[in-house]
Unconditional design. Sequence first.
Lengths: 148, 148
Amino acid sequence: MKKQVNQPALPPGLDERLARSGLRPTTQRRQVYRVLLQKRDHPSAEEVFIRAKQELPDISMATVYNCLDTLVRCGLVKQVHHDRGATRYCSNMSEHHHFYCDECGGTYDITTDPEEGHPEMRLPPGFRMRGYEIAFNGLCPACATKKR
Amino acid sequence: MKKQVNQPALPPGLDERLARSGLRPTTQRRQVYRVLLQKRDHPSAEEVFIRAKQELPDISMATVYNCLDTLVRCGLVKQVHHDRGATRYCSNMSEHHHFYCDECGGTYDITTDPEEGHPEMRLPPGFRMRGYEIAFNGLCPACATKKR
DNA sequence: CTAGGTGCAAAAGGTTTGCGGTTAA
DNA sequence: TTAACCGCAAACCTTTTGCACCTAG
């Protein structure tokens, strides 16, 4: 059963991206992507589920997880991890970092300009930084050597 | 039942730190801390459990979690989170960041000098960086305002 | 003696999987 | 028509909790 109300504009680029990977543009994938574009507050899978359900009452958690995973693999969405909490999803694909509020738990995108100054100096006005931690990834010396 | 073999030197500072918080220096807490000092490869709770069990065959997972939590609250150990994996534990309390190897999954401490240059430039020789992400924390503008 | 700790087993998130039925191309 | 996808329920993994027993001060 598909609820019928006037829906916001179709997510741009989705169908082509899916097709390029040989995947189908299903109603559920469109809706999950739409949810992520509509309110960019880094919802968890469960929050995506709740929001998607308003349009597609029969959607399941498993499908939400599947769709999110598909979107991540298509390069349309990124996962955001923080502490032990649930994985959160982010449809802002431009390079940025994150600020986690110790008080309310909110997650904010921080667009640092890597050309200038130190990260702790580059926060927008109003944020009060308590600390930061950099997570590098790539190849460790041992694996880098093995690779060539 | 306590296995009796000659043990490495007692963990320094532990008993005093515990006492300062009104906590008891139990055999299990000493052993868990010893494990973390002995091999600083950021073991998960399960890995700590396995290593601690070699000396204390009757120790339980719940106790390992309790002890790790106690050590964290005493400021002797830090938690390290990465992706969806299990929480890892780190006994290096000096300020540092981390490098995660995409190939072998290893976690390495990176001591960046915040006075000089950009983080991506400050990796020790041999590491090949693919990306990095900065996780700030503190108070967001809304919560910072409420606090005063 | 007794508050604080331990070990066990069960429960609680969050996420993944297996499978029969459904749907887009 | 049929491979890809969905919904359901059960499994899984990590972590937390409740509770009876134990132990350090």
